[in-house]
Ligand binder design. Structure first.
Ligand SMILES: [Zn+2]
Length: 85
């Protein structure tokens, strides 16, 4: 049990991404990040996908902006779909 917790600890996971990220091995690209930004509106991302996506957003202003636009798009589309005539 202790071993499982150690392996699946999100902190360990994020730490690994940070360490490997400096060598750009596990860092996702903007293309992958934008795919996750749209997919998160349609399905629940896995813990690993979320961690990678959040990490990318922390370092990339362009993708932060893109995610905002996706969220705005969904909000305004929903409002338009639900409006009563
Ligand atoms: Zn990016």
């Amino acid at each position: 049990m202790k071993k499982i917790v150690r392996i699946f600890s999100p902190y360990r996971l994020i730490g690994q991404v940070l360490v490997n990220g400096t060598r750009n091995r596990n860092m996702i690209s903007c293309k992958q990040a934008s795919r996750l930004a749209s997919e998160q509106l349609e399905r629940n991302l896995s813990l690993w996908e979320r961690a990678q996506f959040r990490l990318h957003l922390a370092m990339c202003g362009g993708c932060r902006q893109l995610e905002k636009q996706f969220l705005f798009l969904r909000k305004s589309t929903n409002a338009w779909m639900n409006q009563k005539y």
